[in-house]
Design a binder for this molecule. Structure first.
Ligand SMILES: [Zn+2]
Length: 152
C-alpha cells in the first residue's frame, strides 16, 4: 500500500509523475493529470483505456421529471415528515410541500441538499448530452480499501 502524494488516496502502487513542476508519487487517477517520469527500470505499463476526465458541468444538468415523487419517496422511506425534513434542511415546510407536489422546482442549492440527504439524484445530465460510448461503466469503488480503514 502506498499513499498518493496528491490526493492522499491509498493505492496499490503509485506512479512518479511530474505535475506542475513537482515530482510526486501519485495514484493512477492523479497520474493522468501530469507527465509520467520514466524511471530506469523499464516498466512499460501500457494503459489502453485512457479515461478522459469527465467534467460534469452543473449547468448542463436538468431537473428530473418526477423530482417531487423522488423526494417524497425518499422522505417516506426515511419515515420523515415534511416538517421534520424542513427542520433538518432549514427550509420552509410549505416550500418542501410544493416541491413534492411538483408545483415548484427546487433551486439547485436546495436540490443538492436533498440529493445529499437522501442519496438521490434530482439534477441529472440528459443522456443525449452525456455522450458516452462505453457500455456500462460500472466500476464500483474499491470496497477492499474502505474495509481496511479501522474505525476505533
Ligand atoms: Zn491521487
Amino acid at each position: 500500500m502506498a499513499t498518493c502524494q496528491l490526493c492522499g488516496e491509498e493505492t496499490d502502487s503509485t506512479t512518479k509523475t511530474k505535475i506542475e513542476g513537482a515530482v510526486l508519487q501519485v495514484c493512477d487517477s492523479c497520474a493522468d493529470m501530469g507527465e509520467e517520469v520514466k524511471t530506469s527500470s523499464k516498466k512499460s505499463k501500457q494503459k489502453k483505456k485512457k479515461k478522459s476526465k469527465r467534467q460534469r458541468k452543473r449547468n448542463e444538468e436538468v431537473l428530473i421529471n418526477d423530482y417531487g415523487q423522488e423526494v417524497k419517496k425518499a422522505r417516506e422511506s426515511k419515515q420523515l415528515s415534511i416538517s421534520e425534513l424542513a427542520d433538518d434542511l432549514n427550509e420552509k415546510e410549505s416550500l418542501l410541500k410544493k416541491i413534492e407536489q411538483q408545483e415548484l422546482k427546487p433551486e439547485k442549492s436546495l436540490a443538492q441538499k436533498l440529493e445529499k440527504k437522501f442519496n438521490i439524484e434530482l439534477y441529472t445530465v440528459p443522456e443525449a448530452w452525456d455522450q458516452e460510448t462505453d457500455s456500462g461503466d460500472n466500476r464500483s469503488a474499491t470496497l477492499g480499501d474502505v474495509a481496511e480503514v479501522k474505525e476505533d
